[in-house]
Design a protein around this ligand. Structure first.
Ligand code: ADP
Length: 210
């Protein structure tokens, strides 16, 4: 099963992707995480991406398309995957189709903008492994550090309020048109993000099992 997860920044698509991939025994590929990792390691890719990312904009299509091409060529993708955060523009979706990658279903995790702004202010990520938490909705078990590795939790630079506003604008302008693109292919399913993350997962599983 090959899936694409869409959703505005902060709608919870990354968290859902994590849960759903475990449920179905497939892998989850987050372009955001790949780029952040490159940034941390100071690679050429990371340096190129940094300015776009910090300003709340998208990294240019040709860069992310290369990233995903390379990632999907790896062995562990054979049994299925979730693309979390890719494609994010129509040209990226066209490139994916041209690569011959067959997507079975596209899930949009839908949350209204007002709610997103409220949620983003509480989001924290692990400095070490990138796992995502929320101080109110998904706190780490001990209230302070990462459940996986005890890493320090920080607020991402691009989660600052002004940047969030810009990311939402970019989402509506560049990513939302993908809904029409996949609707035409008969692949789009919309799941409303619930207060309780587990409820959203349950609805998503229902959509995927039917
Ligand atoms: P979000 O919290 O918005 O879901 P991600 O972790 O998916 O964030 O991505 C963070 C940032 O990485 C984006 O704001 C963007 O700058 C860059 N990025 C990730 N995936 C893509 C993509 N497919 N196309 C362009 N830029 C991307």
């Amino acid at each position: 099963m090959n899936l694409v997860f869409l959703g505005a920044p902060g709608a919870g698509k990354g968290t859902q992707a994590e849960y759903i991939c475990r449920h179905f025994g497939i892998i989850s590929i987050s372009t955001g995480n790949i780029i952040r990792e490159a940034l941390k390691n100071g690679t050429e890719l990371g340096l190129k991406a940094k300015t776009y990312m910090d300003a709340g904009g998208l990294v240019p299509d040709e860069i992310v398309i290369d990233i995903i091409k390379e990632r999907l060529a790896q062995d562990d993708c054979k049994d299925g995957f979730i693309l979390d955060g890719f494609p994010r523009t129509v040209p990226q979706a066209v490139a994916l189709d041209k690569m011959g990658v067959v997507i079975d279903k596209v899930i949009e995790i839908f949350v209204p903008d007002e709610k997103i702004t409220e949620r983003m202010s509480g989001r924290r990520v692990c400095e070490v492994c990138g796992a995502s938490y929320h101080i109110e909705y998904k706190p780490p078990k001990n209230g302070e550090t990462c459940d996986n590795d005890g890493g320090h939790l920080i607020q991402r630079k691009d989660d600052a309020p002004e940047t969030v506003k810009e990311r939402l604008r970019v989402y509506h302008e560049q990513t939302e048109p993908l809904k029409g693109y996949y609707e035409e292919q008969g692949k789009l399913y919309i799941v409303e993000g619930q207060e309780d993350i587990k409820d959203t997962t349950r609805y998503t599983v229902e959509v995927l099992e039917n």
